[in-house]
Design a protein around this ligand. Structure first.
Ligand code: NAD
Length: 267
C-alpha cells in the first residue's frame, strides 16, 4: 500500500486490537498516519498491532490506549492520553462492537445494556469527544462508524445488536447534519459477513461457513482488509463531499439475495 493520504494525520481507532479494527489500524499506518490503538482488554494483542503499525510506518508514532468505550471517564482519559502524544486528532474510527445472541424472549437486560452500552452509547461518547476536539481546533475532522448490514437488515436473535446498528444510522446522519458546516464529516461503513473473531461461531467450521456464504451474492465472506480500505476512503479527502452516508461493503447482502431467482412473478 503506497498511498500517502494520511501522512502527518492523527487517527484514533477504537477496538483496534483485533479483527476489522486491527486491519484499519494497519491500513492507516500503511498510508502514513500516526495511529492510536484503543483496546479494552488484552494489552499483548494491542502491543502486537502497535508493532505491525510501526513496521508499516516506521516514521509514524503508534500508541496503544486502554479504555472501555462505554465508560465516559475512560473515554475522556483516552482522548487526554491520545492528545498528549499527538497534540491533535484528525480522524476517529468508531469500531468497537459486541453482540450477545439470544432469543428475544430470553434476553437478559444486563446483556441488552452491555451491547447497547458499547455499540451505541460508547460510539456516541467517542464521537462527542472527537467533535469537541475538532470544534476547539476549528479544523476539519472526520468520523467513521463501524455499522453493519444490520443497520437496515433485521437480525432475529441478535436484537440488541440490530437495534444498536439501526441507531447508528441515525447517529451518523444526525451528527453529519449538525456539524456539516463546521467541516466535520460523519459517515459509516456497513460490513456484511467478515472473517473476524466476532464470527467465531462459523469461521472455523467449513459447513457453517459454507452455509453463511451461500446467502451472500458474491459467494464468499469478506476480509478485514477489504473493509479497512472502505474506512480509509471515507476518512480521506477523496470522500471530501460525502457526509451522513453508510457505505455497505457486503458482497451484495443488502440487495435482497432471495430475489436472485425470479420467484415472485411466477417466471
Ligand atoms: P472483534 O470482536 O475482533 O472486534 C470488536 C472489538 O471491539 C474488539 O477489539 C474488542 O476488544 C472491542 N471492544 C469490545 N468491547 C469494548 C469496550 N467496552 N471498549 C472498547 N473496545 C471494546 O470483531 P470485528 O468483527 O472486528 O468487529 C468490529 C466491528 O465491526 C464491530 O462494531 C462489529 O459490529 C462490526 N461488524 C463486524 C462484522 C463481521 O462480520 N465481522 C460485520 C458487520 C459489522
Amino acid at each position: 500500500m503506497q498511498s500517502t493520504r494520511f501522512v502527518g494525520k492523527n487517527v484514533l481507532i477504537t477496538g483496534a486490537s483485533s479483527g476489522i479494527g486491527e486491519a484499519i489500524a494497519i491500513r492507516f499506518a500503511q498510508e502514513g498516519a500516526n495511529v492510536a490503538i484503543n483496546y479494552h482488554s488484552g494489552a499483548d494483542r494491542a502491543e502486537a498491532v502497535r508493532a505491525k503499525c510501526a513496521e508499516a510506518n516506521p516514521k509514524g508514532k503508534m500508541i496503544t490506549v486502554k479504555a472501555d468505550v462505554a465508560d465516559e471517564q475512560d473515554v475522556i482519559n483516552m482522548y487526554a492520553a491520545t492528545l498528549k502524544e499527538f497534540g491533535t486528532l484528525d480522524v476517529l474510527i468508531n469500531n468497537s462492537g459486541i453482540q450477545k445472541p439470544a432469543a428475544s424472549d430470553k434476553v437478559e437486560m444486563a446483556d441488552y445494556d452491555k451491547v447497547i452500552g458499547v455499540n451505541l452509547r460508547g460510539a456516541f461518547i467517542c464521537a462527542r469527544e472527537a467533535i469537541k476536539h475538532f470544534l476547539s481546533r476549528g479544523a476539519k475532522g472526520s468520523i467513521v462508524f463501524n455499522s453493519s448490514v444490520h443497520e437496515i437488515i433485521p437480525k432475529p436473535k441478535y436484537v440488541p445488536y440490530s437495534i444498536s446498528k439501526g441507531g447508528m444510522e441515525n447517529m451518523t446522519k444526525s451528527l453529519a447534519l449538525e456539524y456539516a458546516d463546521k467541516g466535520i464529516r460523519v459517515n459509516a461503513c456497513g460490513p456484511g459477513a467478515i472473517v473476524t473473531p466476532i464470527n467465531m461461531a462459523w469461521i472455523n467450521d467449513p459447513k457453517a461457513k459454507s452455509e453463511v456464504e451461500s446467502h451472500i451474492p458474491m459467494g464468499r465472506a469478506g476480509t478485514s482488509e477489504e473493509i479497512a480500505g472502505v474506512f480509509a476512503f471515507l476518512a480521506s479527502d477523496e470522500a471530501s463531499y460525502i457526509t451522513g452516508q453508510t457505505l455497505f461493503a457486503c458482497g451484495g447482502l443488502t440487495l435482497y439475495p432471495e430475489f436472485r431467482v425470479a420467484w415472485s412473478s411466477g417466471e
